[in-house]
Design a protein around this ligand. Sequence first.
Ligand SMILES: NC(=O)c1ccc[n+]([C@@H]2O[C@H](COP(=O)([O-])OP(=O)(O)OC[C@H]3O[C@@H](n4cnc5c(N)ncnc54)[C@H](OP(=O)(O)O)[C@@H]3O)[C@@H](O)[C@H]2O)c1
Length: 299
Amino acid sequence: MGDTAEWSWYSLVLCSIGSITVVYYMLRWSWQCWHGFKVYVLSEIWQTDLRTYGQWAGKVFFKEWLAKRGLDIVLISRSDDKLRSVAKEIESRYKRQTHLIQTDFTEGHSIYSAITQQLEGLEIGILVNNVGMNYIGVLANFLDVPDPDQRITQVINCNTLSVTQMCRLVLPGMLERGKGLIINISSEAASQPQPMLSVYSATKIFVTYFSRCLHAEYRSKGITVQCVVPFIVSTNMTHNIPVNPLVKSAASFARDALNTVGYTTYTSGCLTHALQHYALSIFFPGWLRLSSFCVQRMD
Ligand SMILES: NC(=O)c1ccc[n+]([C@@H]2O[C@H](COP(=O)([O-])OP(=O)(O)OC[C@H]3O[C@@H](n4cnc5c(N)ncnc54)[C@H](OP(=O)(O)O)[C@@H]3O)[C@@H](O)[C@H]2O)c1
């Protein structure tokens, strides 16, 4: 009799723990599905009106879609010729104004006073911190990066200093107007530590943490800071790898990512990249990426 009472007490506890666990995971899974549906499907239908953030937006990668959605564009990049041809296209195709700033973000702190002067008088409502670079070639041990003395500083300046300083330049104006959107482009290479891409991976987790902290600090003042974490997009950086169901074209990625504005502040940018992120976190977790077995095979 005593044994039976004790057994039913144990089974009641185990059943309760089991049920709570099942309910917890069901709720969590349902919430993730609903969140994914909202961010990647509903956002296609009900898009946030980006013009509510202001008249001007900067810069390339998202240029066409920002112009298409009614914003004037500040274009910032290294090549004057490229800037002029993109500006001409935006002005003729979308009838939007453009403002060009030629600079090289690898150069470090010295460039920002000139950028400040050139932005004077423009109400920047949206800032897209898109610039980023990797080593020449793709995968390399830290000391095997070609021309490490130059390249490491350039990657850090381009990927982290540019994001931080550009936010510093536009935030005061946004705060004065009580509205603004900053989109910072991180990378899937930051979701887990990525050996053979050590500097790139570390600079991108900087972008992720910086964006999330900035959003927490300024959201109550009307500023949204969104962090976009793409997988592979066909661009110069990826040697224009052919587009396929896993690899997005730059235009299609930019379109999908902009649709997520107003729905989430941390996103893979599009459904296929979100699914790849999910699959990779299950089948290629951080401990496996960091194992000697994997690192030796990537070498
Ligand atoms: N492509 C991918 O698969 C991928 C994946 C994850 C994350 N990302 C991130 O997405 C962002 C965009 O990458 P992307 O693939 O579009 O790169 P990209 O093709 O190499 O360059 C993007 C733009 O930035 C400008 N740019 C590059 N270096 C610059 C510099 N030093 N100073 C000023 N402007 C510069 C380029 O114009 P100019 O050449 O005219 O200067 C170009 O318009 C980066 O932050 C990257 O880390 C890309």
